[in-house]
Write a protein that binds this ligand. Structure first.
Ligand SMILES: NC(=O)c1ccc[n+]([C@@H]2O[C@H](COP(=O)([O-])OP(=O)(O)OC[C@H]3O[C@@H](n4cnc5c(N)ncnc54)[C@H](O)[C@@H]3O)[C@@H](O)[C@H]2O)c1
Length: 337
């Protein structure tokens, strides 16, 4: 596709912050639409960048959504209330944003003749499953978050035709350092508790979870943006790698390995009681690998090492601040000094 402007909705978030950089490095112009629930830190650096336009607005406002579509060749929808704890804390906002507003965004893109539309979904739609689950596997959501993501997928796909060709990206649980950091994602949480408490605590630990580095996730979005639209339009992809379907205890060991490399320290892993998260599933990523040649190139130990170094260098001063945990809906930036 020509280097048209890409509308990145939710571009100030954890994944958006990394995807923006990737798109800019590849020569795209971007327009970021975000309500900045978690502050503006990730996009402040673009204030004098002529390749970036920033709109502060809420996708629950139809006028905001519709006017943000002008002169764009592609829409990437990342904005959502993200994660089970956040959706539990604000169920109405979750339904409004993840389902109802995402329908409006898709309809607005379609009427504005924007064919290429890429929406972030999650492997959490599978919830619990025994087999290795591909895109045709039954959905088994165990949270409001996952239910709203399924409803969003269905409503976007329902208006798919030759004039509007959406792609749904069911991503694994992300990990790694982002300019908009989250410490409520399993790898990041484990690295943070190793740093602050000197140990990693695992609840249960035998449950399976697919993991994906956020730079690999941004690469997957990029592949879809650049692909022939007839190849990716109207499709759902699981995004991740089968090699990174892990049991949570394995994740803890890989985090400890990265920290050992970063600091020389041996971090003890305590396994306690019951799993508090009902999700337990393994996912097949053959479709995206076969059709788009997508392979991951980042690992958990590398990410844990990088996050540890950010903590040690005090680039992140206080990882316990509310701004790093979605369910607090906190927009205060990390205090300087
Ligand atoms: N992080 C993960 O592990 C993961 C895994 C699978 C799927 N996903 C999906 O990827 C997407 C991005 O997730 P993330 O981790 O970057 O989350 P995030 O919470 O860091 O980012 C979401 C962004 O959306 C914005 N937003 C929320 N509601 C809005 C609204 N009504 N109007 C405008 N902006 C709004 C927020 O301000 C925030 O900047 C989400 O759709 C999420 O469901 C994330």
């Amino acid at each position: 596709m020509d280097k048209e402007k890409i509308l990145v909705i939710g571009g100030a978030g954890y994944l958006g912050a990394v995807l923006n950089e990737k798109l800019l490095n590849e020569g795209y112009f971007i327009r970021i639409l975000d309500s900045f629930i978690y502050g503006k830190k990730a996009v402040e650096k673009y204030s004098n960048n002529r390749g970036v336009e920033i709109i502060e607005g809420d996708i629950r406002n139809i006028e905001t959504v519709n006017s943000s579509m002008r002169d764009t060749g592609c829409v990437v929808l990342l904005a959502a209330v993200v994660g089970d704890p956040a959706s539990k804390a604000r169920p109405q906002q979750t339904i409004e944003t993840n389902y109802l507003a995402s329908q409006v965004v898709a309809s607005s893109a379609k009427i504005n003749v924007i064919k290429r539309f890429i929406s972030a979904s999650t492997c959490s739609v599978y919830g619990v499953g025994k087999d290795i689950l591909d895109e045709e596997a039954p959905l088994n959501p165990v949270s409001l978050y996952a239910r709203t993501k399924i409803s969003s997928e269905e409503s976007i796909m329902a208006i798919s035709d030759s004039t509007f060709m959406p792609t749904i990206m069911r991503m694994s649980t992300l990990y790694g350092y982002s300019p908009r950091m989250r410490f409520d994602l399993v790898v990041n949480t484990m690295t943070m508790t190793a740093f602050t408490e000197g140990k990693i605590t695992v609840f249960g630990g035998s449950q399976w979870r697919p993991l994906l580095n956020l730079y690999d996730a941004a690469d997957a979005f990029f592949k879809v943006i650049e692909a022939d639209l007839h190849k990716v339009g109207g499709k759902i992809y699981n995004v991740g790698s089968e090699a990174q379907n892990y049991r949570i205890t394995e994740v803890a060991n890989l985090v400890a390995k990265g920290i050992k490399e970063a600091s020389g320290r041996d971090i003890p892993i305590n396994i306690e009681g019951e799993n508090v998260d009902a999700r337990d599933y393994r996912v097949s990523f053959k479709k995206i690998q076969n059709e788009l040649g997508f392979n991951v190139s980042h690992t958990i130990p590398q990410a844990a090492k990088e996050i540890w170094q950010k903590l040690e260098s005090k680039e992140i001063k206080d990882p316990k601040q509310k701004v790093y945990y979605n369910h607090y809906f906190d927009s205060s930036e990390e205090l300087v000094g």
